[in-house]
Write a protein that binds this ligand. Structure first.
Ligand SMILES: [Zn+2]
Length: 296
């Protein structure tokens, strides 16, 4: 009885914080998907364009925040945006950590990425395809690639991935989760990119191409030739959350230049990584080889 009351309380507190747990802000999701668009193979670009809703006008990035926009109609999807670890635990364990707030196993961002990848793999197989809405699958998958690279989507359960840690961002009251969703990106846009998101995306693209991110060439590779490897992405984000997001942060602290300038490179890398990996995965999903496998 006591246990179920506390479970209900956790669920209610969780629902109160839903608006803050939905991932990078629109700019972050747009950037991730825009970077991905630049690395799509011809086959993947054709498939993506075919699946996008008309409102997207052929631009994947324009619909990458869609899963946040429809959260009121698709309440079941709220738990699919993240996967927190027990407090102060800095390694991600999918079996332990992939569940929704009521404890239902398998309802989290890693499962969602596997699930929508599987649905999209039916693109070349009309029988499988007809069972699913592949337009929604594409928009969910692209969005969740962004979320799994936001370190505080793999934060601690007890503070709802930083949502319960009130902080000041320069003069403004906010919480640690929002700092990572929006504030660092917004401050970077103002300070370095003349508030122009396209300039920031161009700069990230150059950093990928010129080796500023010196391991970028291996980002898209998954072990054992897997199509996607979200458990690896989540594991990296958990480490980033411990190492950078939570470090030297106490409730009520004012975060300014020191935190901003030392964490911005991490945010930039995660946006770039999400984009490169999304493209690599879509290229595998829509490759002609995948078609052959599906037809066998
Ligand atoms: Zn999200």
């Amino acid at each position: 009885m006591y246990g179920s009351d506390s479970g209900l309380l956790r669920k209610l507190v969780f629902l109160l914080f839903i608006p803050g747990i939905l991932g990078w802000g629109p700019e972050g999701h747009y950037a991730t998907c825009k970077i991905a668009e630049g690395y799509l193979s011809e086959e993947a670009a054709v498939a993506v364009k075919e699946l996008l809703p008309e409102s997207a006008k052929g631009d994947l990035a324009s619909v990458c925040s869609w899963p946040d926009d429809i959260r009121k109609q698709y309440r079941w999807s709220a738990a699919l945006h993240f996967a927190d670890t027990p407090d102060y635990v800095c390694n991600f364990n999918d079996h332990r950590d992939c569940h929704d707030p009521s404890g239902s196993k398998g309802r989290c961002v890693t499962w969602a990425i596997f699930n929508y990848t599987k649905q999209l793999s039916g693109y070349h197989n009309p029988t499988l395809e007809s069972k699913y809405n592949l337009t929604e699958a594409l928009m969910f998958l692209s969005h969740f690639f962004g979320d799994v690279h936001q370190p505080l989507h793999m934060g601690y359960l007890g503070d709802y991935g930083g949502n319960l840690i009130a902080v000041q961002w320069y003069e403004n009251k906010t919480n640690l989760h929002r700092v990572w969703d929006d504030k660092i990106i917004e401050s970077a846009l103002k300070s370095f990119y003349n508030s122009n998101l396209s300039s920031m995306i161009k700069s990230l693209h150059q950093k990928i191409e010129t080796g500023w991110f010196n391991d970028a060439s291996s980002w898209g590779v998954c072990p054992n030739n897997e199509t996607v490897c979200p458990i690896q992405y989540a594991s990296e984000s958990t480490v980033c959350a411990c190492k950078y997001a939570y470090t030297n942060v106490t409730p009520g602290i004012t975060l300014g230049d020191e935190y901003f300038l030392s964490r911005l490179p991490v945010v930039e890398k995660k946006l770039a990584q999400g984009g490169v990996r999304l493209a690599a995965s879509l290229n595998r999903i829509f490759s002609p080889e995948a078609q052959l496998v599906a037809e066998c």
